[in-house]
Design a protein around this ligand. Structure first.
Ligand code: PLP
Length: 406
């Protein structure tokens, strides 16, 4: 018989070190169970979850509708193959159209893969429609995933450096600067790839004026516009697709994170102009399998039935307001920004990791991005009471941190 991992966090952390690649820096807690917006450690200690698996658990943890859908589907067929017809994945694509984007779906299992699909589409489309143009212009400080092509698209050198040389065909510009985008466009350009709100680099929204101008530029120059909505999609910003809030429709949109409510599924939706992939040109063994598609259908059903997207908008505004008040009270907040339940508090000093650690100790999960930004992407089902609880804890933690600093 093999030895089991020893009891307790220390033993688990040691075994993690022994057996897992050290690609993650983990917070000192083991999470074993969740219930709505709360998660629990093995001793039953409760944490209010304002991370939600990094914008994944849109319906919180263990939502009965997802549990029921997954259980039912698992008892019928977990996986078949895309060699055969499967009803849930077709129903899901139909629903994604009804929610506001007209296009056909390619399913995969993650955000990076959804963007890979978009990148391949842009290249084939450029061959067919722009005399072999293949370059994709994306944004500085963007994040599009960890595969080789998606780190090449990601405008952050730190993700690329260890893996150089990058695949060619990617250029980067600053967001909200249409002049820079125009200057960067040439005969090689096939597509523009943007997050409507940059997530990993600190919740930085594009302006509406900018996205409108980018759409017009794509139309004028015959370029594809791709929105990476892996983090912003599925209601996160208070609209099902974030682009609906900006009134700008892309040619391709990618979704992942929240779509399966925690069950891995990603999708690349291509509108009629960009729908160029043919049989055998792309694939993914697990993509859109019955289990994942059923989970996603349950997520979409609850979003609609329970007005979850509207709730995200309303409670998101409340969260922003309360964070601003916190900023006024403590005088160490440089900016609060975001849309819906995708909010960031930027501090005026390097205490974000300290705040993340103190919040954990006080029973709240938030996520520090870099030294100054604290990201909050809670389940979209939270109410004002959960916001009040989180903001109270953040206040207590800031109090502690600032009093130790003086
Ligand atoms: N695109 C965006 C905007 C993201 O925020 C992420 C992940 O954080 C990705 C793509 C990559 O998604 P995944 O980690 O599922 O591959």
């Amino acid at each position: 018989m093999t030895d089991t991992i020893g009891v307790g966090l220390e033993a688990l952390a040691q075994a993690e070190k022994d057996y897992l690649m050290q690609t993650f820096k983990r917070q000192p807690v083991e999470l074993v169970r969740g219930d709505r917006w709360n998660v629990y450690d093995p001793e039953g200690r409760e944490y209010l979850d304002f991370v939600a698996g990094i914008a994944v658990n849109v319906l919180g943890h263990n939502h009965p509708a997802i549990v029921a859908a997954v259980s039912k589907q698992a008892a019928e067929a977990i996986h078949v193959s895309d060699l055969y017809y499967s009803r849930p994945q077709v129903e899901l694509a139909k629903r994604l159209n009804e929610l506001g984007f007209t296009g056909r779906a390619f399913y995969c299992n993650s955000g990076a893969e959804a963007n890979e699909c978009a990148i391949k589409i842009a290249r084939k489309w450029g061959k067919q429609n722009r005399y072999g143009a293949y370059e994709i212009i994306s944004a500085n400080k963007s994040f599009h995933g960890r595969t080789l092509a998606t780190i090449a698209a990601t405008g952050q050198p730190k993700y690329q450096q260890p893996f150089l040389p990058m695949p060619e065909g990617f250029a980067h510009v600053d967001i909200n600067d249409i002049g820079m985008l125009r200057d960067a466009t040439d005969d090689r350009t096939a597509a523009i790839l943007l997050e409507p709100v940059q997530g990993e680099s600190g919740i930085v929204p594009c302006t509406q004026e900018y996205l409108v101008a980018v759409r017009a530029w794509c139309d004028e120059k015959n370029l594809l516009l791709i929105f990476d909505e892996v983090q912003t999609g599925v209601g996160r910003t208070g609209h099902f697709y974030a682009f609906q809030g900006f009134g700008v429709t892309p040619d391709i949109v990618t979704l992942a994170k929240g779509l399966g409510g925690g069950v891995p599924i990603g999708v690349c939706l291509a509108g009629p102009r960009a729908d160029v992939l043919g049989a055998g040109e792309h694939g993914s063994t697990f993509g859109g399998n019955p289990l994942a598609a059923s989970a996603a259908l349950a997520v979409l059903e609850v979003l609609e039935r329970e007005g979850v997207v509207e709730n995200a908008r309303e409670v998101g505004e409340y969260l922003q307001l309360q964070l601003r008040k916190l900023g006024t009270d403590f005088g160490c907040v440089a900016e609060v920004r975001g849309l819906g339940l995708m909010q960031a508090m930027e501090l005026d000093r390097d205490i974000a990791p300290q705040l993340e650690a103190a919040a954990l100790e006080h029973g709240l999960l938030v996520n520090a991005i870099g030294p100054r930004v604290v990201r909050m992407v809670p389940p979209l089902i939270i109410g004002r009471a959960e916001v009040d609880r989180a903001v109270t804890i953040l206040g207590q933690c800031l109090d502690l941190i600032l009093s130790h600093a003086t």
